[in-house]
Design a protein. Structure first.
Length: 338
């Protein structure tokens, strides 16, 4: 089986991440994130987002998202998110687990983008004692369907939420792909996001993500919270170093641009050479194709790992390691199907 397009998680470490990890393995360093590499990486992130923030490094995006949401909503409250968001569909109730009962309110919208009208409808509902009221908003950039919010689109979602005094979380598992497509990182704090998860694993790092907390009032006893959740690395430099390597070299955005271009080439080939229809716009590094179940099976029988997504389309994900030849070979096999 070829996993070239199964997920951007199937690719190995990017060279810049691996070399930074190797360099960090020299000599001794202070433990539990008190080392110079961790501090330097936090400074680089603050420079990237052009804002002061508390930065911590954790082992997974699920933990980062769930801990972030537990900081924004109490156990008897809920977080609004797109109904296809990772926190709603792929984290096995982790927000509720870390939040001791925090609920989720799924919202509709095309290609993973929340419909502003649906958001306002939920915000206008009367609060009653028999269900969890909304207390925060979770956004995803790029979305689970590969769409990228413009800053203006985000503003229209964030402003009514902040007007109610609610918090805002941004899941940036594929944020590098959005930035490579032109999204301005510095807009995140300017728009009023309270907590950002800056994604690294899908960008070429190992299992490491960064929690970037702009609202410092949320950080009281943050390290106690992370320790209890099993997210405090004893050798913390090995979480920060690969991210630092990607950011300092420019590879975080550079590799994402490569993945975006590969996805665009794949989408163009599907449209030009097959009769398949794209299910969603190709803004970032994912391509969703409408194809019959029998064709999907034949494609996997040919050795391509690709997955039928929640909307029924088949997802193909490009990464920093996707090659031009792999794109051509996949398109050729798709042509053979039709």
């Amino acid at each position: 089986m070829r996993y070239d397009f199964g997920s951007d998680n199937t690719a190995g470490l990017a060279p810049e991440a691996l070399s930074a990890l190797t360099a960090a393995n020299t000599g001794f360093a202070r433990a539990y994130g008190a080392d110079e590499i961790t501090a330097r990486c936090a400074d680089v992130i603050r420079d990237k987002v052009q804002a002061d923030a508390e930065v911590r490094f954790v082992f997974s995006g699920t933990a980062a998202n769930a801990i972030a949401l537990s900081m924004l909503a109490r156990p008897f409250e809920a977080v609004m998110a797109h109904q296809a968001a990772h926190v709603c569909t792929d984290e096995t109730g982790a927000p509720g687990f870390f939040g001791q009962g925090v609920g989720l309110i799924g919202l509709p919208g095309p290609s993973g983008k929340i419909d502003p009208t649906a958001l306002k409808a939920v915000l206008s509902e009367p609060e009653v004692g028999h269900r969890q009221p909304p207390a925060a908003l979770s956004l995803t950039q790029a979305t689970e369907y590969g769409a990228i919010y413009t800053s203006e689109e985000l503003r229209k979602l964030i402003e009514p939420v902040k007007a109610r005094g609610f918090g805002v979380h941004l899941d940036g598992a594929r944020l590098a792909n959005a930035v490579a497509a032109g999204f301005d990182l510095a807009d995140i704090p300017r728009l009023g996001v309270d907590i950002l998860v800056l994604g690294a694993a899908k960008a070429g790092a190992p299992c490491a993500e960064a929690l970037v907390i702009f609202d410092k009032s949320l950080t009281r006893r943050l390290d106690n919270r992370l320790k209890q959740a099993g997210q405090t690395a004893s050798k913390g430099r090995f979480l920060a170093a690969p991210i630092l390597g990607l950011l300092e070299s420019g590879a975080w955005e550079g590799h994402a641009a490569h993945a975006n271009a590969a996805a665009r080439a794949l989408a163009d080939g599907v449209q030009a050479r097959t009769r398949y229809v794209l299910a969603h716009p190709v803004d970032a590094n994912t391509v969703f194709v409408r194809m019959p179940a029998a064709h999907h099976k034949r494609l996997t029988d040919k050795g391509w790992a690709c997955y039928r997504f929640d909307d029924g389309s088949v997802r193909f994900v490009c990464s920093w390691a996707t090659t031009e030849q792999a794109v051509v070979s996949l398109i050729d096999d798709m042509v053979d199907l039709v």
